[in-house]
Design a protein around this ligand. Structure first.
Ligand code: IDP
Ligand code: MG
Length: 153
């Protein structure tokens, strides 16, 4: 049973553009398991914590303003190699460098409006899941379909 988890977020532009379902669908149809989901209009302080590694970058104030401009959809997805595979599904940070077939490559143009977030390592996934879902936690449940997705489940 694959228990690796990643934090995936539809950013405010993804919500406004009606892409929540599309982004969920890509993870769902690939076979990954949704184990937590909520909509939240995050505070500046919360977003500064989420993006603390980027503090000092020239685009940081604009990034926080963008992320605070409306609600996001916060999710935890689970499955084999899901952190790396999640980044592959999202595409490159700059949508202009994202391959067609990826979420950003199909739906975005500007790096400052790239519609989705995905954890970049197992370690940062753990920290991000704790930050966004610490009080709620994730849901543990089995799926009969796993026997059709994993050779051994
Ligand atoms: P990632 O989202 O692919 O992990 P990071 O380098 O962690 O990329 O940057 C976080 C977010 O900051 C990006 O998704 C993007 O929204 C924004 N960002 C990164 N670089 C730039 C930039 O050069 N200009 C404007 N925004 C940027
Ligand atoms: Mg990042």
């Amino acid at each position: 049973m694959a228990t690796e988890q990643t934090y995936i977020m539809v950013k405010p532009d993804g919500v406004q553009r009606g892409l929540v379902g599309e982004i969920i669908k890509r993870f769902e149809t690939r076979g990954f398991q949704l184990v937590a989901l909520k909509m939240v209009h995050a505070s500046v302080e919360h977003l500064e914590e989420h993006y603390k590694d980027l503090k000092g970058k020239g685009f940081f104030p604009g990034l926080i303003k963008y992320m605070n401009s409306g609600p996001v959809v916060a999710m935890v997805w689970q499955g084999k190699d899901v952190v790396k595979q999640g980044r592959v599904l999202l595409g490159a940070t700059n949508p202009l460098a994202s391959a067609p077939g990826t979420i950003r490559g199909d739906f975005a143009i500007d790096v400052g409006r790239n519609i989705c977030h995905g954890s970049d390592s197992v370690e940062s996934a753990k920290a991000e899941i704790a930050l966004w879902f610490g009080q709620d936690g994730t849901i543990s449940y089995s799926r009969a379909v796993d026997a059709w997705i994993y050779e051994v489940s």
